[in-house]
Design a binder for this molecule. Structure first.
Ligand SMILES: [Fe+2]
Length: 325
């Protein structure tokens, strides 16, 4: 593998750690098997450990590299650099790298095909969900401070099964970041506990309406530098697009449903690392309407213009999941 193309080892490069490790092993004679028990008859292979998927994975990887070289002119140095960056990210923040790689793998097995299913697309939960948010009335407002900054946003709609049956008594669990870009319960700012987090139940027609504030795009401070470089290289923003998180639960549903609602007019929407690669992301984008008529504002008990959005959720029924399994 090491040939004349291999770049000289940079003394500042962390990969010299690998060299150090090799020397450490040399310092520990007897702690590992240095030579086979019988070099003439023992090939040192345990056939029971052979997994053809591992060989196929390596071949797939090589094919990918070949494609990069032949179709995109990638050089050996560029590929090596990319590998080093990936390993650096793995060292820096393995969980974030896992989430990123999983999002690349998932579409192969669970393709997002727009229009194929009526089901509302699900979306990642994210790291800041906290169970046990206060229950609010329906229609109602999420717990918030009297002077909560941000444009008031009223979201309403219906929760139904994919066959059209309205889901009465479905539990909506909603959470979003404040205008600071931080979530309550994370102690990253001075929001009260469970600020902008609430649970509500749909009425007998499956309808819901809640007031929040329009969320802002926010920076994800936990993304390690290395992964951020990869995301920037893919043309993604370092900000998440404006979004609200929602979970829905009901005994007639196959399982708890988790998604995020976005905003069609948000310029960050198409550069968000989570939504940019999803062909069905548009199905999660809200269209908002601004209301600045003083009478309408007063009728809502507000003192500033507000926005409204409508969104109907279509959930997979429990029996359908059983039939498909
Ligand atoms: Fe979020």
């Amino acid at each position: 593998v090491i040939d004349s193309k291999t770049p000289a080892i940079d003394p500042n490069d962390r990969f010299t750690d690998e060299v150090a490790l090799r020397w450490k092993l040399k310092e520990k004679p007897g702690e590992y098997e240095a030579t086979p028990a019988d070099p003439d008859v023992d090939p040192g292979v345990d056939e029971t450990l052979v997994n053809p998927l591992i060989g196929a994975s390596i071949q797939g990887f090589q094919k990918g590299v070949e494609g990069l070289a032949k179709e995109h002119g990638a050089t050996f140095e560029e590929i090596s650099h990319g590998l080093r960056k990936l390993i650096e990210v793995a060292e820096e923040e393995p969980v974030m790298l896992h989430m990123f790689l999983e999002s690349m793998v998932k579409p192969v097995f669970f393709p997002d095909v727009p229009g194929e299913s009526m089901m509302t697309p699900n979306d990642t939960e994210g790291p800041v969900y906290f169970p046990g948010a206060p229950e609010i009335s329906n229609p109602g407002a999420l717990p918030m401070r009297p002077d909560e900054p941000g444009t008031p946003l009223i979201v309403s709609g219906q929760v139904r099964l994919t066959d059209g049956t309205p889901l009465a008594g479905a539990e909506l669990d909603i959470w979003l970041a404040a205008i600071t870009g931080h979530y309550s319960n994370t102690e990253l700012d001075d929001q009260p506990l469970f600020n902008l987090r609430g649970r509500m139940f749909t009425d007998e027609e499956g309808r819901y309406e809640f007031r929040a504030v329009k969320p802002v795009p926010y920076y994800i401070p936990v993304i390690p530098d290395g992964l951020m470089k990869i995301l920037r290289g893919l043309g993604f923003s370092k900000f998440r697009a404006r979004h609200l998180h929602v979970k829905i639960r009901h005994p007639k549903m196959a399982e708890e449903f988790t998604t995020q609602l976005y905003f069609k007019s948000d310029p960050y929407f198409k550069y968000d690392a989570i939504t940019a690669t999803r062909p069905d992301a548009a199905a999660l984008a809200l269209e908002t309407e601004l209301h600045d008529d003083p009478a309408e504002i007063a009728a809502r008990g507000l003192d500033e213009p507000f926005e409204t959005a409508h969104f109907d959720f279509f959930m997979e029924p429990a029996n359908q999941a059983a039939a498909a399994a």
